[in-house]
Design a protein around this ligand. Structure first.
Ligand code: ZN
Length: 180
């Protein structure tokens, strides 16, 4: 019938491959990919968040004392691609973790995503999570528009706690509203 996948089983990191073992937590949503079609199944959010937390160590060029951000995306093929932020002295040229993770997946020809994590190295506080910035929300929205998938945005803290929202709920008046 189709090819099933083990959520979180395969992780491609910027610096090599890494296996992430994980069980599906009760709070999860997942998908199964059948060629052009995808169906709801389970996303292993815990494994995805843990991958993003590990990628905090991959941030490039961070200024001493600077806040570190990272991300992980789950593609429609079941792979996880991670990235830390890629800093520029100009600040404005800095690639955010989410941008770098989206580009990392696309660089593997696997750019349609089901979920994306935002995480920061801030000391964890109850109810406080890293959110994607406006630019990253726009990129996630456009990814969703291209694939037709309602991308799940996983906002996490460095202790592994997270909340999940759909990108359409984070971008209530999006542009563009449809693909060309
Ligand atoms: Zn951003």
């Amino acid at each position: 019938m189709g090819q099933d996948w083990a959520p979180g089983a395969t992780v491609a990191r910027l610096h090599g491959m890494q296996e992430v073992a994980g069980s599906n937590p009760a709070e999860s949503t997942s998908y199964c990919v059948f060629g052009w079609f995808w169906m709801k199944k389970e996303i292993n959010y815990k494994a995805l968040v843990n991958s993003a937390i590990k990628a905090l160590g991959d941030a490039y060029g961070v200024e001493k004392g600077g806040r570190i951000y990272a991300s992980a995306v789950l593609s429609t093929t079941g792979k996880i691609y991670t990235a830390g932020a890629y800093w520029s002295y100009t600040a404005s040229l800095t690639l955010h973790g989410e941008q770098a993770a989206l580009a990392h997946a696309a660089a593997h020809g696997d750019g349609d995503i089901l979920a994306i994590v935002s995480v920061c190295d801030d000391k964890p506080r109850d109810g406080v999570f890293a959110h994607p910035c406006g630019i990253c929300k726009q990129l996630i929205w456009e990814n969703s528009l291209r694939s037709g998938i309602s991308v799940k945005v996983v906002m996490a803290n460095s202790s592994g706690k997270y909340i999940v929202k759909e990108i359409k709920d984070l971008v209530p008046y999006p542009w563009p509203t449809s693909k060309k």
